[in-house]
Design a protein around this ligand. Structure first.
Ligand SMILES: C[S@@+](CC[C@H](N)C(=O)[O-])C[C@H]1O[C@@H](n2cnc3c(N)ncnc32)[C@H](O)[C@@H]1O
Length: 193
């Protein structure tokens, strides 16, 4: 895996499967799909399910960092990095043999998404991988009101010294929403209610 480690990918898929097995209501979403590596795996998991997979990305690369993202450990992750086209991701999903009628890909900065028309009504499982403080903040704000009972949110890059904004957004969210709890696996923050 290019962006998420092998161990983290296994954990991510196990969590996604647990939401399926528990028949949690709603669809799956991924905020920040990049090349679609994890999207393909989530799509395969949903193959024999009625659930849909919603993928979001700017397909213009990362937005600009805010002060919360600055870190001596990470000069990378500059504006415009991690740029792929929607067409490349569609091609990857098609090549993997996935049913594209069950996968919706929206090209937009998260901040411009319309919760009513762009997101599913209910979310069973969310993978938030937007790297930056504002991106994680925004995706949490979009997902949480739609999260089903027993729904699971997984945020990547928690405790990643190169991307301190991800931890900051998660920690602030938990401080403001004490009904949610946090489990950490490597750099995955697993948020449940
Ligand atoms: C680390 S990559 C995602 C990797 C992918 N989840 C995987 O596992 O292969 C981060 C992606 O988030 C997208 N992104 C970050 N912030 C965004 C924002 N505010 N709006 C839209 N896309 C954003 C970037 O364009 C990039 O493709």
């Amino acid at each position: 895996m290019e962006q998420v480690s092998v161990a983290e990918t296994k954990k991510l898929l196990a969590l996604a499967k647990s939401a399926l097995d528990a028949r949690v209501e709603g669809d799956f979403v991924e905020f920040g799909c990049y090349k679609g590596e994890t999207s393909v795996l989530l799509g395969k998991l949903l193959k024999s399910s009625e659930k849909s997979l919603y993928l979001y990305d700017s397909f213009e690369g990362l937005p600009e960092k805010t002060p919360e993202d600055f870190s001596p450990a990470g000069a990378n992750f500059k504006q415009g990095e991690l740029l792929v086209t929607k067409r490349e991701v569609l091609e990857k999903l098609r090549h993997a043999g996935l049913d594209l009628r069950k996968i919706k890909i929206k090209k937009a900065f998260f901040e411009h998404l319309n919760p009513t028309t762009d997101l599913p009504r209910t979310i069973a499982f969310a993978f938030l991988d937007g790297d930056l403080y504002a991106s994680i903040n925004t995706s949490l704000a979009l997902v949480v009101p739609k999260l089903a009972a027993q729904g699971i949110i997984v945020v990547h890059d928690y405790n990643n010294p190169e991307l301190p904004g991800a931890s900051r957004a998660v920690d602030e969210f938990l401080a403001q929403n004490p009904a949610f709890s946090l489990h950490i696996y490597h750099t995955l923050a697993i948020i449940t209610s």
